[in-house]
Design a protein around this ligand. Sequence first.
Ligand code: DTB
Length: 185
Amino acid sequence: WKANYWKPLQTGLNCDQGDTKVVKNLTGLPEDHFKKPQVELQIPLSPWRAASEEGVPTIKVSDVIIPQSFTESERPLIVEGAGGLYVPINETEITSHLIEHLDLPTILVARSGLGTLNHTLLSIEHMKSRGIKIAGIVLNGEINTGNAETIQHFAPDVPIIAQIPHQKDGDLESLIELVPSIDKI
Ligand SMILES: C[C@@H]1NC(=O)N[C@@H]1CCCCCC(=O)O
């Protein structure tokens, strides 16, 4: 999609390079497609726990602001969360509140294998109950037609955008054809 990319809240930098670097390296997109996270924390925990253990002031969802250069950009913007929908950002706010605040359609990325039905269908129900617009689902891992069909059965109104198998040799080019063009989303 040659999109801009932003991860507003990043935790776990003491043991991980962080998703912005990972996406930069995987995509090879130029520097101006990226902005650093608004909050960077060291401990690999939820933003709430990491901030409180690191003595960083409470992160308020309403303080998270998409960088102006991205709101003014012609390119699509991918905003990546930290963990899942129910991951706490502070004592009372979770990632769903951040989605509502930023008012963006959401792509749910899930595993393809055993365990995904429960996680994915609960996440879909949660998003629907909060009025979050679901752009679709991406299933990562070994192609699992049965699970994809079961998700479609229980959530026929939610499209599965793509099913992406593991790519051990790092040849990402061959996966691009599995991703539909963004105007089909
Ligand atoms: C450590 C990782 N860093 C990050 O930015 N996302 C992850 C945070 C995951 C939090 C999961 C909380 C849970 O569900 O237990």
